[in-house]
Design a protein around this ligand. Structure first.
Ligand code: ATP
Length: 677
């Protein structure tokens, strides 16, 4: 196949061994990927290209992979794209000499800024040919643009984008002239630069596909160097290794140099979980009742922990003296009296500026002999007078950035529930029983500062009921029920696992789990609400098509103050028309008054889920014969989920699962246990 035969296709003509990878070559691959809906073909294009890079210009493998992912760095580096439309339009105008008015009109007509950029470039007379863009160069410039902050930042961003676009070619899809109506095709550099800036490549290229393609490319590459062709087994082995390594160490910055250095098959020896690189947290599956838990975990030992209602935190620490001994020194920015440390959110964002108080107290909880660790915990607001947990809303009133220890009003207590690494050893592949023992052995509780999550090990319905009630009295959301022994109890980074079940008090009232949805649009208010938005259009995220699929309109659950605050937040995010990656019904009366950049994620509760022709959520997944999507009945706003990015919203798969589970419960067939991966 194309994957295994060495050099069956010519590399891009202008690209010779040792040359920087031409950006045009990557864009050609993007356009091939874009033109096919077939997963295998997408993966083949991707891996073939990566293999060429590995063979000709291995130094550029890292920026190539990052640009394929539409990223500039690992998530924990905190470098954000998703540049607003207005800045991009301005830069397109500046670099092509077209007026903003015309660009806006084009955007109204075409609806895809990438194509608007390509068209603008195409209609520009070319006086001289700019120096060709390279993958390395584009990556560096995008990085520089993303890092611009502070006063006059917007202007500098525009000029950065201007510079990039000036050097980009248009490469309009053939036969389409300047009147582009097609949404696909064309290897235009301008188009892909703009899409990267927008933060959505929309190639149908899932992150996992890139990972698998990289594994295939590197396995083939390694084996080809020995003059052989890889077997299916070898390809599968390489893929297994890379996936396992990436799960524990989600950083291409660390993995790719190691891959090039030691090869796929030796990767495990040099790449392991390490403090400084946050893991994607393990997540839980919802359940509707305690009896469902008992059914699912029947015959297994499990434990019921309180589900604290705060913010997920992954705390990394390396003691002074231990850091020097590590192979790769941990990049931990936070300082404590005993060593370097950092706190990461569930999104791998750096929270150390939000919780300097935690970093200051951390040395008090560490027992003698604890040299390095990665802790999984929940930070919860703490009432110092009453000595008890406070509701989540209190925690939300804390500032998110540049907090000074002396200014902290809302104190937090850290509830630790898992440990993933201790004293140089990864624990993710140990049983939860062993991990819990390790946790207790390495830390000491300090009232109001650090505690172990409360739990009970029981499989008796009545006792679980009591634990649940107690947890709620203690201001928790309910219980997390976890497997204790064997492979099933291993820590599964980034998975919503069936070995962790959540039982929230609200589900028991029949409401079901809440959803986290992206705000796409709004309707102007009526009556008392005329100066603000009165209702909103929400969507879930389809991770395979990388689109936001509408799921409901919502106008309930907002106080006057909240509506005002949301209006202030949203008014700067207004765009002229829906993004091409918004999937919504085309009915005239279903259009919101304004559309937004995809930024805000809200937690929403619903009475139940139903099929509706007005919404498109999970339509593909369910394949309903009359093309209806899932929608929420009586949705109610709960809170702004500042800790979630739009792509962390509830997925179409999860919405479909919730719908199916509800169906099967109504039909009494027992719940579906489909995994959402
Ligand atoms: P939600 O928090 O709204 O339930 P989620 O998608 O953030 O949804 P879930 O998988 O549903 O996450 O629930 C797990 C979350 O519960 C964790 O991310 C963590 O923040 C929190 N949590 C509180 N107590 C525990 C505990 N004892 N064990 C694991 N997670 C806990």
């Amino acid at each position: 196949s194309t994957l295994t035969a060495e050099g069956t296709r010519d590399p891009y003509p202008d690209w010779k061994a040792g040359d920087p990878v031409p950006y045009a070559a990557l864009c050609t691959t993007f356009s091939k990927i874009e033109m096919t809906p077939k997963r295998l073909e997408i993966s083949a294009h991707c891996s073939l290209f990566l293999r060429q890079v590995a063979r000709l210009t291995p130094d550029d493998l890292l920026p190539t992979v990052l640009l394929m992912l539409g990223k500039l760095a690992a998530d924990y580096a905190g470098i954000e794209l998703g540049i607003g439309e207005s800045l991009i339009m301005k830069a397109i105008g500046d670099s092509t000499g077209r007026s903003l008015k015309i660009i806006k009109e084009d955007q109204q007509k075409i609806g895809d800024l990438g194509l608007v950029a390509a068209k603008s470039k195409g209609s520009q007379p070319t006086m001289f040919k700019p120096k060709p863009l390279t993958v390395r160069g584009v990556h560096e410039q995008l990085l520089a643009i993303a890092k611009i902050e502070g006063q006059g930042g917007q202007g500098r961003k525009v000029s950065g984008i201007h510079k990039l676009l000036s050097a980009a070619d248009a490469n309009l899809p053939k036969g389409q002239g300047v009147d582009i109506t097609l949404n696909k095709g064309g290897s235009s550099e301008a188009k892909f630069i703009v899409r990267t800036l927008e933060g959505k490549m929309r190639l149908g290229l899932a992150d996992k596909t890139v990972l698998v393609a990289l594994a295939q490319a590197m396995t083939s590459h390694d084996i080809a160097r020995k003059g052989k062709v890889p077997s299916t087994d070898q390809l599968a082995k390489g893929e297994g290794i890379l996936k396992a390594v990436y799960n524990e160490l989600p950083s291409y910055e660390v993995i790719i140099p190691a891959l090039l250095d030691v090869g796929v098959f030796n990767l495990r020896q040099v790449c392991n979980l390490q403090p400084g690189v946050p893991l994607k947290p393990m997540l839980a599956k919802p359940t509707k009742s305690i009896t469902e838990v008992l059914d699912r975990f029947e015959g297994k030992d499990f434990t019921c922990e309180y589900k604290y209602d705060g913010e997920r935190a992954q705390i990394h620490f390396v003691a002074h003296g231990a850091a020097e001994a590590m192979a790769t020194p941990a990049p931990l920015a936070g300082k404590t009296s005993k060593g370097i440390s950092n706190i990461f959110s569930r999104n791998s964002e750096d929270l150390s500026k939000k919780y300097p108080d935690i970093l200051a107290k951390l040395p008090d909880w560490i027992k003698e002999g604890t040299q390095s660790f990665v802790l999984d915990c929940e930070t919860v607001a703490w009432d110092v007078v009453e000595k008890k947990v406070l509701p989540f809303q209190q925690l939300m009133t804390r500032k998110r950035k540049d907090v000074k220890v002396e200014d902290v009003k809302v104190k937090v207590c850290v509830y630790a529930f898992d440990i993933l690494y201790l004293n140089g050893e990864a624990l993710v592949n140990k049983s939860f029983r062993e991990r819990r023992e390790a946790l207790y052995s390495a830390f000491t509780e300090v009232e109001g500062e650090f505690a172990f999550a409360k739990y009970g090990n029981t499989d008796q319905l009545e006792e679980i009921q009591v634990l649940l009630e107690d947890s709620v009295k203690a201001s928790c959301e309910g219980l997390m029920v976890k497997m204790l022994d064997g492979v099933e109890s291993h820590y599964e980074p980034s998975r919503r696992s069936q070995n962790w079940l959540k039982v929230k008090k609200d589900y028991l009232a029949g409401a079901g789990d809440s959803l986290d949805l992206v705000v796409l649009g709004a309707y102007y208010g009526r009556g008392k609400r005329t100066s603000v938005y009165g209702a909103f259009l929400l969507a879930c995220y389809n991770s395979s098509s990388q689109t936001y699929e509408t799921v409901c309109n919502i106008g309930t659950g907002f106080s006057e103050e909240v509506l005002q605050a949301l209006y202030d937040k949203l008014k700067d995010l207004v765009i002229d028309r829906p993004k091409p990656f918004y999937s919504h019904s085309s009915g005239n009366k279903d259009q919101p008054d304004v559309w937004f950049e995809p930024r805000l994620v809200w937690e929403v509760k619903t009475a139940d889920l139903t099929l509706s022709p007005r919404y498109v959520a999970a339509k593909d997944v369910l394949g309903d014969a009359s093309h209806r999507g899932v929608s929420l009945r009586f949705p109610r706003y709960i809170r702004d989920r500042e800790d979630k990015k739009p792509d962390d919203a509830t997925t179409a798969r999860q919405v479909a699962d919730m719908y199916k589970r509800q169906e099967s419960v109504t039909k009494n067939k027992g719940p579906s246990v489909d995994d959402d991966f």
